[in-house]
Design a protein around this ligand. Structure first.
Ligand SMILES: CC(C)(COP(=O)(O)OP(=O)(O)OC[C@H]1O[C@@H](n2cnc3c(N)ncnc32)[C@H](O)[C@@H]1O)[C@@H](O)C(=O)NCCC(=O)NCCS
Ligand SMILES: Nc1ncnc2c1ncn2[C@@H]1O[C@H](COP(=O)(O)OP(=O)(O)OP(=O)(O)O)[C@@H](O)[C@H]1O
Length: 307
């Protein structure tokens, strides 16, 4: 099967059609005619997942429709503007993945998307981490769809590694490009680039299992997402927390999240009330787990693409 690019944004493909045989690799192969629809579904799930994340409340220190958490310069409207500006990017990066594009092409699309985000928000960073994490996941899902495989967590991880693992490792081994990544390395912590190079272990080994476990226990969708977010805060080396609160801030956030989960998480009576109190505490300390928010959005995306 060969993929043909049929439209572009900033010179990169947004849609891809397959040429030649309608049969893809062995296994649960989607027929070729439906590949385009599958790619669109993957991309739409990314925008929807960012909305899922924004709409969830209470999220310790984070922006939602209820309040702006620990952020003075952005609110839910800023996030909605950004989200709208990013929708073509997710289609583009999914198509790039399906076409087997090199990492440099994904990087170019990501940089252009960051620029569009900043234009839409008046220079405010609402979704930088999400552009990166969800962009890579969409590319992996595009690659997986082109191979005719279903996007389970395990399959996505394999496609991410086979497609761009070497480039991600090279990037993670290079000198840090930002003060946040430099601070993470100096503290022996894993930055966004390290997480990606390792195949997103926090997402696949902690956050996604927490979401699935909660749903399996009969917890409602909101409660399950709260469990997933707190699992992310408890286990991610979140450079946003490190930058705003130093090592003490990061440790405080992790311990508080681990305690909430150990007490039953969303299953506990009064769980939401406790989380509202924790949210107020994070705001008092100016803490914001933006990286954990990105992991939650990624888990919401996974839930949408794998059902
Ligand atoms: C890779 C990026 C995110 C690196 O940014 P930076 O050096 O500032 O790293 P940093 O670790 O501070 O994270 C940036 C953002 O990621 C999220 N984040 C924070 N900590 C983590 C973590 N441990 N793991 C995952 N995400 C995290 C937060 O939202 C944060 O604001 C990015 O800005 C970049 O280089 N973009 C270019 C586009 C690109 O390469 N795209 C790849 C293809 S999609
Ligand atoms: N609901 C959310 N609230 C806050 N941050 C979020 C949310 N969802 C995702 N994030 C992530 O957090 C990051 C933005 O937060 P950050 O605190 O780093 O902003 P900043 O402008 O870079 O820093 P500062 O506000 O300290 O000047 C984004 O990269 C984004 O992906």
């Amino acid at each position: 099967m060969r993929l043909r690019v049929v439209s572009t944004v900033d010179g990169a493909p947004v849609r891809a059609h397959c040429e030649g045989s309608g049969r893809a690799a062995a296994g649960a192969a989607p027929p070729c005619a439906s590949l385009d629809a599958t790619l669109r579904r993957i991309a739409r799930a990314a925008t929807a997942a960012l909305y899922d994340e924004l709409a969830l409340h209470p999220k310790p220190g984070l922006v939602s429709f209820v309040d702006r958490g620990s952020h003075a310069d952005m609110d839910a409207t800023t996030f909605m503007r950004s989200l709208f500006a990013l929708r073509h990017y997710f289609a583009q990066v999914t198509a790039l993945g399906a076409c087997g594009a090199a990492f440099e092409a994904l990087e170019g699309a990501g940089i252009a998307a960051e620029r569009r985000m900043l234009r839409a928000t008046g220079g405010i960073n609402t979704h930088r981490g999400a552009v990166f994490t969800l962009g890579l996941l969409c590319a992996a899902a595009g690659r997986c769809a082109a191979a005719g495989e279903l996007p389970t967590a395990e399959v996505l991880r394999r496609h991410l590694q086979q497609g761009w693992g070497a480039a991600l490792h090279a990037r993670a081994g290079a000198p840090p490009r930002s003060p946040a990544a430099a601070a993470a390395r100096a503290a022996g912590l894993a930055s966004a680039n390290d997480e990606a190079a390792r195949g997103f272990p926090v997402l696949f080994d902690a956050v996604w299992p927490a979401l699935c476990r909660a749903r399996g226990d009969g917890v409602d969708p909101q409660g399950a997402r709260l469990d997933a977010l707190l699992a992310a805060i408890a286990s991610l080396d979140d450079t946003n927390l490190l930058r705003r609160g130093g090592r003490a801030g990061l440790d405080f956030a992790r311990d508080a999240a681990a305690r909430w989960l150990a007490q039953g998480g969303a299953r506990r009576v009064g769980a939401v009330g406790h989380l509202e109190a924790l949210h107020r505490d994070f705001v008092r300390r100016r803490l914001s787990p933006g990286g954990a928010a990105d992991m939650l959005a990624a888990a919401c995306w996974l839930e949408r693409v794998s059902r």
